[in-house]
Design a protein around this ligand. Sequence first.
Ligand code: EPZ
Length: 415
Amino acid sequence: MSSYIIEGGNKLEGEVNISGSKNASLPIIAASILNSNITRLYNVPNIHDTQITLEILKILGCKVTKKSDKIIIDSRKMDKTEIPEELMRQMRSSVVLAGAIVGRFKNTKISYPGGCDIGSRPIDLHLTGFRRLGIEVEEESGYIKCKCEKIIGNTIQLDFPSVGATENIMLASVLAEGETIITNAAMEPEIVDLQNMLNKMGAKIKGAGTNIVQITGVKNLKEVSYTIMPDRIEAGTFLCAGAITGGKIKLNNVNPSHLTPILHKLEECGCKIETQKCFIKLEAPKKLKAVDIKTMPYPGFPTDMQSIFVAVLAVSKGTSIIVENIFENRYKYTNELKRMGAKITVEGKTAVIKGIRRFSGANVNSTDLRGGAALVIAGLAAKGKTTVNNIEYILRGYEKLDKKLSLLGAKITLA
Ligand code: EPZ
């Protein structure tokens, strides 16, 4: 397993280009299965999760070619519908491939994606949705088999606005007979991106970004070219890196409207924020102020930014209260932050953070993607050297993180 070695204390200054969104790319790559044609995708981040998803498409019989951030997927000759277990286990979000495969081939077999370090992450809402579409779903010994004669549009009420379940049901309904209406749908921007790409391909979907998504089944789809939206969590991560180091940075290729709750909290902490159509500027204060945060489904404060923001609050003046309302086990990284001197107590969904003057560099281990990112952010501001281990978790979701941070003046190397 590799590590980042970070010498803390440098203010981050300058400009950084944000990559395409990991969480928009994954369902959009899956959608390329539906058109049995050619799909050209631009601004796809070159990260472990997109690499794995493209590997799976190749195993299913798609032809995939990559030229820097441009991906060409030819799904005309796709002839398999079963996702290998070892790849399913590497990345639970491959479950959205199921909706696209069953949407086109009317059958699929996947292994149960299982949980990860932030919670059990069940997929009951996905499978209930499939059943409402007339898909037979059989769960046995860790496998899920889906099959049907045809997919019939229906109304589907989600008990929780699950991002993955909303995406999976949209993918399975594109070629269905009749109309599907998803109520209590997730409203994340990544779902709007998926709708826009599918409609460009010839699907008939409306309402993404609201809590009611309507999919009218169509018979044919066509080849499509699409540019992935910017990654709002990578953008939030760099803003927090600028804030914690007392820096002054500018983010290019971003959509500020996707980051509203994060920008408001950074301003509450004392940062100066300026936004235009596709850039965000941040100037940090000498000392950040404590703020309270509750993670919520979009447009609330995103759970993916919780750990990263906690690293900032751990060295802010005052006490912050965090409530994690989305995942039941998303504070594991706090034990590692405590090794760097953080004063954090966790009780169930709530974390209480008493700001300290400064982190001390230490040897710490990433526990998951965003928890690992939090440790990097802490290391940038720490006194002395921090070694962040198990960075494979971080490489899943951040493209060239060390290079981008170095360009802003951070002292970070890959070991
Ligand atoms: C997506 O995960 C994102 N991943 C996550 O980002 C993100 O944290 C999450 O949405 C919430 O915004 C991708 O898009 C690839 P959910 P997903 O279904 O779809 C429960 C990152 O760091 N639930 O909205 O898995 C679930 O247990 C990752 O980039 C059920 O109970 O999230 C959780 O408590 C981490 N049954 C809550 O809903 C289900 O069938 C939210 O999960 C599905 C979900």
